[in-house]
Design a protein around this ligand. Structure first.
Ligand code: PHE
Length: 529
């Protein structure tokens, strides 16, 4: 980026001027150059001690274009007077044609007030043979000095839109200890040759400019959501959680709803809340899928295993039986079973095989828990990924967002344990004093909404949903009766908006998101504010 416009060599001009006079004023000597350009040139010279400068803030009165034309041609009232003087007599309705509408409007009244002209019937005639155009004089004075000491008059001129007042910075510049008529040639690199020849001893090295800003780097940037996601991943990892494979957005109704004991008539499955996929028309029945197994082993190769390693399988190990699982789910909905009365409605296979954009990542948790039933043992799983809901988009809702989800399976878990766990978890992101409110989810009992007190907003905010998965969900999978599973979920967007001060979710995600804003956002830390 060129520092100086129009190929002007400002630094040289400054040095030349200082050769002819001891000090210069940027406002007088360089009236047309922007303050930023002057400052850049001065800094270049000052960093070499070639000049010294002081800056002064001041207010300047500046004429508007209308005022400038008054200085050039006279005030409106003067033009009216002058027109009457030349014609001797002007019919009032002719005046706008002669002097222009605006001038006639403003000028006529003032010319009356000044007793320069008067009415004679329907015409204007002269009163004064000679007049002093004091408005013009006043403005001319302001144009020259850029000031006006009479605050009342100045205010009046501002109101009449003849003068604006702006802040200006003026630099007073004088020679520095190393002043010279030209910037001497400066060496920027110390070379092996200079050392060998000894030239470095007399070389004129260019000084470092520690005030210079670095050039902006054209590099990629992580989205704030991804930065906050990483913080949450770190919290989960620090608590012994393993990440679930959530890379597929489309799932069957079976995994998204039925396996979670969500009845097929549930309003959430309605077109209102769920995006259904029409092509392909339906999913395969749940089955052991070689592609999924391959993805899973690739994932597990680089991190902790999701499930027990094959060589350490316990005695209870039994192969997953998808046929049985399918039958169990049908039974628990339709007739009841596993100690439950069920919902007692005709359960439809087709409904279960409809494809949906997953509405929650709990679909994946369910799949993982079913896998866990192969070798049930205490486990902690989490995921942070996208979910989709057919919602009206507004400042706080999008049709797609990210869910943070955690699942803990163990024997002898209690609701108090879940509350304690959540308190620990949210404390790690700086939220203390949680409150829990009884809630309803088809797949957890009891269920609790989680509230946190937001100091900035000074109110309680719902920050998540949680519960203990129902036996109707866990037992059909083949998990032991005495195994309990906690689950909880929250959105990634809400803490991100709180951390980055975003009030409209559409500025964070979607087509309204400004890429420059993303680039400019700092890293984040989820700790106490
Ligand atoms: N699936 C729930 C939601 O979408 C979150 C949740 C997960 C609740 C697990 C309880 C247990 O809000």
């Amino acid at each position: 980026v060129p520092l100086e416009s129009q190929d002007r060599n400002l630094t040289q001009e400054i040095l030349d001027l200082l050769d002819t006079k001891p000090t210069l004023q940027s406002s007088d000597d360089f009236p047309a150059i922007s303050q930023a350009e002057i400052k850049a040139a001065l800094d270049r010279l000052a960093s070499r001690s070639m000049v010294e400068y002081q800056s002064h803030d001041s207010e300047q009165a500046i004429l508007t274009p209308e005022a400038e034309s008054i200085v050039a041609e006279g005030s409106h009232e003067y033009k009216v007077w002058d027109a009457v003087r030349q014609a001797g007599k002007i019919p009032i309705k002719e005046l706008p044609k002669i002097v222009g509408t605006d001038t006639a409007k403003v000028g006529q009244g003032n010319a009356f007030k000044n007793k320069w002209v008067k009415k004679d019937g329907d015409s204007l005639v002269l009163v004064a043979d000679e007049v002093k155009d004091s408005t013009r004089e006043l403005l001319r004075g302001i144009q020259e000095t850029k000031t006006l000491s009479d605050a009342k008059v100045l205010n009046d001129l501002k109101k009449r839109k003849l003068v604006t007042v702006g802040k200006v910075i003026t630099y007073t510049v004088s020679k520095g200890p190393k002043y010279a008529k030209e910037i001497p040639v400066e060496v920027t690199d110390l070379t092996a040759e200079m050392i060998a020849s000894g030239a470095w001893e007399s070389a004129n090295f260019k000084p470092y400019n520690f005030n210079a800003l670095g050039a902006s780097q054209d590099a990629g940037a992580l989205h704030p959501l991804m930065k906050v996601r990483q913080e949450f991943r770190n919290i989960f990892f620090s608590q012994g959680f393993v990440e679930m494979p959530t890379s597929h957005f489309v799932d069957s109704g079976f995994w998204n709803f039925d396996a979670l004991f969500v009845p097929q008539q549930h309003p959430a499955r309605d077109m209102q809340d769920t995006f259904f996929i029409s092509d392909p028309p339906k999913a395969d029945k749940p089955r052991a899928d070689p592609d999924t197994e391959a993805t899973l082993s690739a994932m597990e190769a680089g991190s902790r295993r999701l499930f027990a390693s094959p060589d350490k399988q316990s005695e209870q190990t039994k192969p997953r039986d998808y046929e049985q699982y399918w039958k169990n789910i049908k039974e628990v909905h339709q007739e009841g079973g596993f100690g439950s009365r069920g919902y007692r409605y005709p359960w439809s296979e087709d409904e279960s095989l409809r494809l949906v954009l997953r509405t929650h990542t709990t679909a994946v948790s369910t799949w993982v828990l079913h896998r866990l039933s192969e070798d049930p043992r205490p486990a902690r799983y989490f995921s942070i990924d996208r979910v989709f809901r057919n919602e009206t988009v507004d400042a706080t809702h999008l049709a797609e967002f990210h869910q943070i989800e955690g699942v803990i399976a163990d024997f002898g878990l209690t609701l108090g344990g879940l509350m304690r766990f959540l308190e620990d978890f949210f404390a790690k992101m700086g939220l203390e004093n949680l409150r829990f409110k009884p809630a309803y989810n088809p797949y957890t009992e009891p269920s609790m909404e989680i509230f946190g007190f937001h100091k900035g907003l000074n109110r309680w905010l719902e920050i998540g949903n949680s519960g203990m998965f129902r036996p109707e969900m866990l037992e059909p999978m083949g998990l032991p009766k005495d195994m309990r599973v906690y689950g909880f979920g929250l959105s990634l967007e809400r803490p991100t908006m709180m951390k980055y001060g975003v009030s409209n979710i559409r500025e964070l995600l979607g087509h309204k998101c400004d890429l420059n804003w993303i680039k400019a956002q700092p890293a984040v830390r989820l700790d106490k504010d």
